[in-house]
Write a protein that binds this ligand. Structure first.
Ligand code: PMP
Length: 423
């Protein structure tokens, strides 16, 4: 959006922004919009978990959950999440408390042991490259950096990653071994992948025989509207396209029950599940089945998860609404910013004027409002347009969030009008 202002009008707007910023800085705020953490009231929704399993210790198959064993995780818990994660229960693992940990382990195991369909371990194949749809999730990028995996950014569209770019890159270079995908209510854009995108990912020709889609379905049940988004079934599409081992699917209850004490899931083809289970058997004699049992008793079934997520939504939606309301009231029609209106998930992406994101984040921090560092949404922390800011509205109270958002819009105005005046 381009708005043409006379220099007098611009000087007036900048003057007001400067005064607003001085007032903001004088208030000595201490607010944090950095990470997508559930608020305490959201954790309270799962308070019963603290008293479950209430002395029970027997799984549906009679296993004593207090003891070793059961590497696949409790079957009754896998049944509850099979539909939501679009993985048959028999091909789903219920693991520890973190799906990020599972993604980490899959990378390490792929580097150190031969994947189904691979000729050699990734560590013995020279360069290893992952495609990274941007904006994306900084912890995915941090994993790649940790293991020396090269990252190539791919632009996001309204329907997921730009598939023309993805198809070209995977077809021409066997070093391209993977792609990070957050297919539903993506972190941070809120985008959900279209059926066409899923179909193209499943059937595209890859130069690498051991290419994997890291399908991080972290927000599978995290709706913010009455029209829950349904994405296509990637695992089924891969199988139907003759690429049954292509997809690694991840999910967790981190933002369903307790972020620090939930259950994480991995789903894939039978060959990949056996591969991961065999590798996992060296690192653990079995997951925390007591935690898994209390999740079964608490959530009960898929409808139980849905009902619980409605209660989460009731707490989250007013916060997402406040973000929209304040952005529209303060920045609407100014030409200074654009933003997403997610239908689910945990984030709003704010696109400020090119060259302004770092400045906005710095000024906000100086006024006591901490945001995710500018650039975090891009590989190597490098947002070439310096324009993307991730807003995480879940953790602060509504009143704090409103203050933080108002303050942020002051910083966007100040930075943007200064930029307009100098260009
Ligand atoms: N993936 C995405 C896309 C996320 O946004 C998050 C949490 N911010 C995670 C994974 C972390 O998941 P877990 O708590 O299961 O490790």
């Amino acid at each position: 959006m381009t708005i043409v202002l006379s220099s007098d009008a611009l000087a007036g707007l900048l003057d007001r922004a400067r005064r607003d910023y001085e007032e903001l800085a004088a208030r000595g705020l201490k607010l944090d919009l950095t990470r997508g953490k559930p608020a305490p009231e959201q954790l309270d929704l799962s308070g019963d978990l603290l008293t479950l399993p209430g002395g029970r210790h027997t799984a549906a198959d009679g296993a004593d959950v207090r003891n070793y064993g059961g590497l696949q995780g409790l079957p009754e818990l896998r049944e509850i999440f099979a539909g939501l994660l679009q993985v048959p229960a028999g091909q789903l693992l219920a693991a520890g408390n973190s799906s990020l940990e599972l993604m980490h382990d899959c990378l390490v195991h792929a580097l150190l042991s031969v994947l189904p369909g691979a000729e050699a371990r990734w560590a013995d194949q020279g360069r290893v490259v992952f495609l990274c749809p941007v904006p994306g999730y900084d912890r995915h990028f941090a994993l790649c950096e940790r293991f020396g995996i090269e990252m190539i950014p791919v632009p996001m569209t309204e329907a997921g990653p730009d598939m023309d770019v993805v198809e070209r890159l995977v077809a021409e270079d066997p070093a391209v071994k993977g792609i990070w995908c957050v297919p539903k209510y993506s972190n941070p854009s809120g985008v959900s992948y279209s059926d066409e995108t899923v179909a193209r990912l499943a059937r595209m020709e890859t130069a690498a025989p051991d290419f994997r889609i890291f399908w991080d379905n972290a927000y599978a049940a995290h709706h913010l509207t009455d029209e829950p988004v349904q994405i296509a079934d990637l695992l089924a599409a891969c199988t139907a396209s003759g690429n049954p081992d292509r997809a690694f699917l991840f999910g967790s209850t981190s933002k369903i029950t307790f972020a620090g004490a939930g259950v994480a899931f991995f789903g894939s083809s039978p060959a990949n599940v056996s591969w991961l289970t065999a590798n996992n058997s060296k690192r653990s004699i079995g997951p925390d089945k007591t935690n898994q049992l209390r999740h079964v008793l608490f959530l009960r079934d898929e409808d139980g998860v849905r009902a619980h997520m409605e209660r989460q939504r009731a707490l989250l939606q007013p916060k997402f609404d406040a973000v929209q309301r304040i952005l529209e009231a303060e920045l609407g029609g100014t030409g200074l910013a654009e933003w997403t209106t997610p239908k689910g998930g945990y984030f709003v992406t704010l696109e400020v004027m090119e060259g302004c994101a770092e400045d906005v984040v710095r000024r906000a921090a100086e006024a006591g409002i901490v945001l995710t560092p500018a650039g975090a949404t891009h590989p190597y922390g490098d947002d070439p347009r310096d324009a993307t800011i991730r807003i995480a509205p879940s953790y602060p109270s509504l009143a704090e969030l409103e203050q933080a958002m108002l303050g942020l819009t002051v910083c966007v105005r100040l930075s943007g009008y200064e930029k307009m005046l100098t260009t």
